[in-house]
Design a binder for this molecule. Structure first.
Ligand code: FAQ
Length: 310
């Protein structure tokens, strides 16, 4: 029976059919999806913190309203993704416990500080831009609930990317001080954004298997290159430079060449030693504790409602 199940699963993946929650799937496929979807969900909710830092100090009411809506969207993305993970038989409580205990990861990018208002624009342009580049192919992921969650998330991320770009453009075209602030933000966020795509292909432990299962459609380096190629002309249009002296068009490859990435910094951030790792996790644990009464009230209401219906 096991062999027949495996053959049916392999055939479905080969035929570009979606694997659904009730379908048989290899244990390792399930585990790898839970790993990736949980990390992704955690990234969305931890990712609320760097930008939320600027809600009270947004320069205008319009910018404040936009930023609040964006941060709320990230919370929504986290919820869809936890729900997608739940369809694989893992509860949200279990995933959150693992995050809080430091046993599951979230994206390295959210361990960097947001020092000025321009960082909100740079995050929209570069961090949301990198997220879309990575996530559009995930809309074709072989696991149905994850692929479908990605469709809406990518639409919202595209909107976020545009608002970041527009905000940076306003600063870049503003006073010399505003322009300098935008440039400084881009200088600080560029390299960490390239690290979001994960380690180089040669060091990517999961890529080969995830690509065979059609969870991932492209390698980390392929998507990183795609992102660089998209950003160079956008930076020119913004009137800002990217902090890489080696960045130049390579006619032969039909891509931009770029300088070496500091992978020591990347692995160090993953180990918990980035500038904000401790602060982000502390804040998350605190928010979870402070929200306990809401979860209890919701559970009590659901129980009462259930009784009334019965
Ligand atoms: N940070 O073998 P690979 C967002 C880990 S966007 C931390 O290459 P894989 C939107 C990796 O997990 C950000 N850890 O792994 C937003 C593995 O460790 P493990 C979230 C990283 O899975 C915008 C090890 O290194 N997006 O939140 C990172 O094949 C603005 C070896 O790596 C997603 O999660 C990293 N950058 O490829 C929100 C997208 N890179 O698990 C708010 C979905 C690698 O063995 C504001 N995820 N690692 O302990 C993916 O596409 C993949 O999981 C990759 C990594 C591409 C991230």
């Amino acid at each position: 029976a096991q062999a027949a199940h495996e053959a049916a699963f392999d055939a479905a993946v080969a035929a570009e059919e979606r694997i659904e929650p009730r379908d048989w799937m290899p244990d390792a496929y399930r585990a790898s999806l839970v790993r990736q979807i949980a990390q992704h969900a955690h990234s969305e909710i931890i990712g609320m913190q760097p930008e939320a830092n600027w809600i009270t100090r947004a320069p205008t009411l319009r910018r404040k309203a936009i930023l609040m809506a964006k941060v709320q969207d990230e919370a929504g993305h986290g919820l869809y993704l936890y729900s997608a993970a739940e369809t694989l038989g893992t509860s949200r409580d279990e995933l959150l416990d693992k995050l809080h205990a430091g046993r599951q990861k979230y994206s390295s990018i959210f361990n960097y500080p947001t020092l000025t208002w321009a960082d909100v624009g740079a995050i929209g342009w570069l961090v949301d831009g990198a997220a879309i580049t990575n996530q559009v192919p995930l809309c074709r992921c072989s696991y149905g609930p994850y692929a479908r969650a990605m469709v809406r998330i990518c639409k919202e991320e595209s909107f976020h990317q545009r608002q970041g770009y527009e905000s940076l453009l306003a600063l870049s075209k503003g006073t010399p001080e505003q322009h300098a602030m935008a440039q400084d933000a881009v200088d600080r966020w560029w390299w960490p954004s390239l690290m979001m795509f994960g380690p180089p292909d040669g060091e990517s432990a999961h890529s080969a298997q995830s690509m065979a299962w059609k969870i991932k459609r492209h390698s980390n380096d392929e998507l990183r290159q795609r992102f660089v190629d998209i950003c160079v002309p956008q930076a020119q249009a913004l009137g800002l430079t990217l902090p890489d002296p080696d960045l130049r068009w390579n006619e032969e490859r039909g891509h931009y060449d770029f300088g070496p990435i500091d992978w020591t910094e990347f692995w160090d951030v993953l180990k918990g030693n980035g500038p904000c790792n401790e602060q982000r996790l502390d804040r998350r644990r605190q928010a979870h504790e402070e929200g306990a009464w809401v979860r209890e009230a919701a559970a009590a209401y659901a129980a009462k409602h259930g009784e009334a219906r019965a």
